[in-house]
Every structure is written in structure tokens, then in C-alpha cells.
Write a protein that binds this ligand. Sequence first.
Ligand code: ADP
Ligand code: AMP
Length: 209
Amino acid sequence: MKLILLGAPGAGKGTLAAYLIDKMGVPSVSTGNILREAIKNKTALGLSAKQYMDAGQLVPDEVVIGMLRERIAQDDCKGGFILDGFPRTIPQAEALDTIAEIDCALSLEVPDEVIEARMTGRRVCLKCGATYHIVANPPKADGVCDKCGDGLHTRSDDKPDVVADRLATYHAQTEPLKGYYGAQGKLKSIDGTQGIEKTQGFAAAALGL
Ligand code: ADP
Ligand code: AMP
């Protein structure tokens, strides 16, 4: 299956993707993780993307479309994939339609009031991409990734002032994708406010897994 996870920043897309990887037997592709990796490695892509990310804005379409095209052309994506954080604009969705036949866009519905606590409590592993929350999903040892043992970080774009900008960007540029996939008959929506396990159950039921 070729699945898109839609939803506001901090709605739980990466957390749900980590569960669906095993359930569906396909990889997840997070454009945010690819960009953070590029920043960590100080590549030209990373240096140009960082200014947008730190300001809560989107990286230009042509940059992320090229990146996504290369990633899903790799062998591990031949049998399907889960897209986490792409597409984020209508032009990105139109480009994706020329690259792959998407089966479903699953939208995680979480109101803005819930998002801030999700973001301020989020801790990420920059090495393996695992995501934690200090209350809802803490690591076994404080500040250490359960999966790879690397140190955990607070994302620089999870500061409250940047979160407000990211939510505004989401409503203006990404939320219209619900209409785009709705018109294609591919949109499914689930409640994302109910804790991690319940959200996994709602997603599995919606996807018939
Ligand atoms: P996104 O990928 O959509 O930006 P994440 O998966 O990184 O969101 O989740 C944001 C934060 O919220 C993380 O700290 C994560 O552990 C936590 N989280 C994710 N899903 C839920 C949920 N259903 N209930 C409570 N907290 C959650
Ligand atoms: P995420 O990890 O998905 O929350 O993404 C973090 C940041 O990376 C976003 O706020 C954007 O600046 C950038 N980004 C990730 N995916 C995209 C995309 N598909 N289009 C544009 N910018 C993106």
C-alpha cells in the first residue's frame, strides 16, 4: 500500500508511522527526518533548508519534491511506503500524482490546543529518527534513545513561538490537501487525540489492517 499520513505538525504522524511500518511491512519516508539529517551533516541541502525550518516555514516545493522522488525510487519502496510529512502543499501533491499511485491519505485530526503540549514534550533521536514524549511516551532511560542508545534532543522548531508559525503554515498550505484527496475518494480521517495505542487501533481499523 502507498499511504500518506496527513495532519498538523505534532499530530502524531511519525509515531503512527513507526507502528504501521511493522503492521504494513513497508518503510516510512519522513521528509522532515531527511532534512534534519542533512542539517546534521551540514550538506548544502541542510544549510539552505535550516532557515525555513527554524522560521516555521516550508522548504521550497522543488527541493522537497526532488528529494522525495529520489527516496521513493529506492528498492525498499518498491512494495509500497508510508509518507510522513509529504505532500505539504497542493503542488507537491500534484507532483506526487505523476510519480506514484497513492492508495489512501489518512488524516490524524488533532486540534491546535492539543498540539503545543505535544511539541514541547517531544524528544527526538537524530541518529535513528525515533520520537518520544516526556509524558505520553517516555524513553526507558532519561534522555537516551531506547532503539539506538544515542542522546535525545528537543527540536529547535518545537519552541512555542515557532510552533504557532508552523500551525499557521499548516492551516494555510497543508490542510487544503484534505479536500484534494477527498475529491479523489482517498481521504480517511481518524481522531488523533486519544493516546498512542488508541490512535494505532483507529488507524488499523480505518486501513483494514
Ligand atoms: P508529527 O510526526 O505529526 O509531527 P510526532 O509523531 O512526532 O508528530 O508526535 C508529536 C509528539 O506527540 C511526540 O512527542 C509523540 O511522542 C507525541 N504523541 C504522538 N501521538 C500521540 C498520541 N496519540 N497521544 C499523545 N501523545 C502523542
Ligand atoms: P516535520 O518533521 O515533518 O515536522 O518537518 C519539519 C520541517 O521540515 C517543516 O516545518 C518544514 O520546514 C520542513 N519540511 C518537512 N517536510 C516538508 C515538505 N514536504 N515540504 C516543505 N517543507 C517540509
